[in-house]
Design a protein around this ligand. Structure first.
Ligand SMILES: [Zn+2]
Ligand SMILES: [Zn+2]
Length: 462
């Protein structure tokens, strides 16, 4: 061990930064896997080639407006449920193109909706939704690049609207645009879903910016948990034996979670902080609280892990004689994303048309995973949430560097490419009956629609 490392290891006056070597190993393997990987191929034809080509031309014409929209959002970031200016900007661009878009829908003020002019008024034809997110993060603005999502979703929708104007018979189905706020730290799409936003849809598609072009990446299901231990206060010196210590219960639960991690699935995560732990060292703590996030790769494993976490907390209460309140999901939980491979393959074909060598799912390491409320959409209707490269591979989401990337020339190219690819995927889905059938069959084979609001009511799958 070099001297400097040895000194750091023994020196409690400095932070010892985590050793970053893991990234080098993962990166080396990823590079090999990436060289071997090929974009997924679709066995379906999708829409007619000349219509897809015309979509590309339309997107080129729209690009300056889409880029201006993305820049405007980037310059005026708004956080979850507060995106009033952002949603107004999206709606007004659609209105300028003669589309009747409106905000404050499905019970969410900053949500929005528009239907493609010329859509059949009844439910006789297939319907696909294209989603736009637009919320930012507190303090660092569009560090998740939702301005790019917003512009790409609007771009795809406008491109399809213009295609129908030019060729009234070109789109044999219905297209809905949905403005979906409050993804960061919230589950805006779940509130919209409970307001009916995803009813009557046959598919829902969106993109997210990233450091890679990839059709699918692991997105973990996520629940939140507040655990409050109630004890009995006592003078910590004169009568400690008359106290019931809530902090002891919280401490045992915290450590129990630490031990539980050894037996969890490799990609699963539980993170915990102590949000209350007493007021004064001389009083046996009457009330202590842990706040947790519990994440897992599949809905049923998330349900199982939730039960195990809850058991640890109940055990800690029993050991200390405390009473415990277990409060799950202050906000609605997110399910993992269940991505539809048939739709992915059509999206990949469109990205290949744009000269992007998009990776299939399973190439990027699944241990580097977060969560999204699109998961809840993907368990209601077939959906995709592919990632579009706007930054260097090493740049992580939710950093100042990624916020910069979200306003870079690479983001501008990504908006054009993603607008085209989303529009082409929607057109393929509406045009190709065999593809649509395969999409539906895959969805059903994977378990079909799930009743998301009640999913975690049945607690123990065993
Ligand atoms: Zn994010
Ligand atoms: Zn995001």
């Amino acid at each position: 061990m070099p001297d400097s490392v040895q000194r750091m290891a023994c020196d409690s006056t400095h932070i010892r930064p985590p050793y970053p070597g893991y990234f080098d190993h993962v990166g080396a393997q990823l590079e090999k896997d990436r060289q071997r990987a090929r974009p997924p191929e679709s066995e379906f034809d999708g829409a007619r080639a000349e219509l897809r080509a015309e979509l590309a031309t339309i997107v080129e014409e729209l690009a300056p407006q889409l880029i201006a929209l993305a820049k405007d959002l980037h310059d005026h970031p708004e956080t979850a449920f507060d995106e009033h200016r952002s949603v107004a900007a999206l709606v007004s661009l659609l209105n300028e193109h003669g589309i009747d878009a409106k905000a404050d829908v499905f019970g969410v003020e900053t949500a929005a909706v528009a239907d493609l002019p010329g859509d059949a008024p009844d439910a006789s034809s297939r319907r696909v939704a294209i989603l736009s997110e637009y919320d930012a993060l507190p303090g660092i603005g569009h560090a998740c690049g939702h301005n790019v999502i917003a512009a790409s979703g609007v771009g795809a929708f406008l491109a399809l609207a213009q295609l129908r104007q030019r060729h009234p018979e070109a789109i044999p189905g219905r297209v809905r645009w949905l403005g979906t706020p409050a993804e960061e730290g919230h589950t805006g799409k779940e509130y919209m879903a409970r307001g009916g936003a995803f009813e009557g849809l046959d598919a829902a598609i969106m993109i997210h910016p990233y450091g890679y072009d990839v059709t699918d990446q692991v997105w973990l299901g996520r629940r939140t948990l507040n655990v409050t231990f109630h004890g009995q206060p006592a003078h910590a010196s004169a009568q400690p034996f008359m106290g019931v210590n809530a902090l002891d219960a919280a401490s045992i639960a915290y450590q129990g979670i630490g031990l539980l991690r050894q037996q969890m699935l490799p990609v699963d995560r539980v993170h915990t902080m102590m949000s209350e732990g007493g007021d004064r060292a001389s009083i046996i703590v009457e009330r202590a609280q842990l706040k947790m996030y519990v994440r897992s790769k599949y809905p049923d494993t998330l349900r199982d892990l939730s039960q195990r976490v809850e058991n640890v907390c109940r055990g800690a209460a029993l050991m200390t004689g405390c009473r415990v309140d277990i409060d799950w999901d202050e906000h609605p939980p997110s399910l993992p994303v269940r991505s539809n491979k048939e739709l992915e393959a059509r999206f990949a074909a469109a990205m290949v048309d744009r000269g992007r060598r998009i990776l299939p799912g399973g190439v990027l390491p699944e241990t580097i995973a977060a969560s999204t409320d699109f998961g809840n959409v993907s368990y209601r209707v077939p959906g995709i949430h592919p990632l579009v490269k706007i930054s260097d591979e090493s740049v992580a989401l939710h950093t100042a560097e990624f916020a910069q990337a979200a306003a870079s020339p690479a983001a501008e190219t990504a908006i054009s490419d993603a607008s085209f690819a989303l529009a082409a995927t929607a057109l393929d889905f509406l045009s190709d009956d065999e593809l649509a059938q395969a999409v539906a069959e895959e969805f059903e084979a994977a378990g079909g629609a799930v009743d998301v609001p009640s999913y975690f009511d049945a607690k123990d799958p065993s």
